[in-house]
Design a protein around this ligand. Structure first.
Ligand SMILES: [Zn+2]
Length: 137
């Protein structure tokens, strides 16, 4: 498997390969579940229309139409572009119970989802800019 893909459609790379492909910040977020500093992310105030894809594997994750200004310091979305493109997992780190959001294709850590978002979903996907790449329309 030289192209990094498996028959399940998952993207699997060694840690060394990820380190080569990603910037240090992208690596820290996607592979080590780091959280970038609030209010300093590239896309927090992004207003352009487009598709946000995974910085690790390029899978479509969020659309700009679902982005809203939550004031929390990270890009926030009401829903993923395609539900099956994000996985959600219970995260009990840091003494809190949260729901972690991961890319379903490369298992990269994206951020967390909270149940205090606006209508219609009531959800707030709080996502690290470093995990995303905007493809402007
Ligand atoms: Zn991915």
């Amino acid at each position: 498997m030289s192209d990094g893909k498996t028959t399940t459609g998952k993207v699997e790379r060694s840690e060394a390969e990820w380190r080569k492909e990603l910037t240090p910040m992208q690596y820290a977020v996607l592979r080590e579940k780091a959280t970038e500093r609030p209010f300093f992310g590239e896309y927090e105030h992004e207003q352009r229309k487009g598709i946000y894809v995974c910085a690790g594997c390029g899978q479509t994750l969020f659309e700009s139409d679902a982005k809203f200004d939550s004031g929390c310091g990270w890009p926030s979305f009401t829903a993923p572009a395609v539900a099956s493109h994000v996985d959600e997992e219970r995260d009990t780190s840091l003494g809190m119970v949260r729901t972690e959001v991961l890319c379903s294709k490369c298992d990269g850590h994206l951020g967390h989802v909270f149940e205090d978002g606006p209508a219609p979903t009531g959800l707030r996907y709080c996502i690290n800019s470093a995990a995303l790449k905007l493809q402007p329309k």
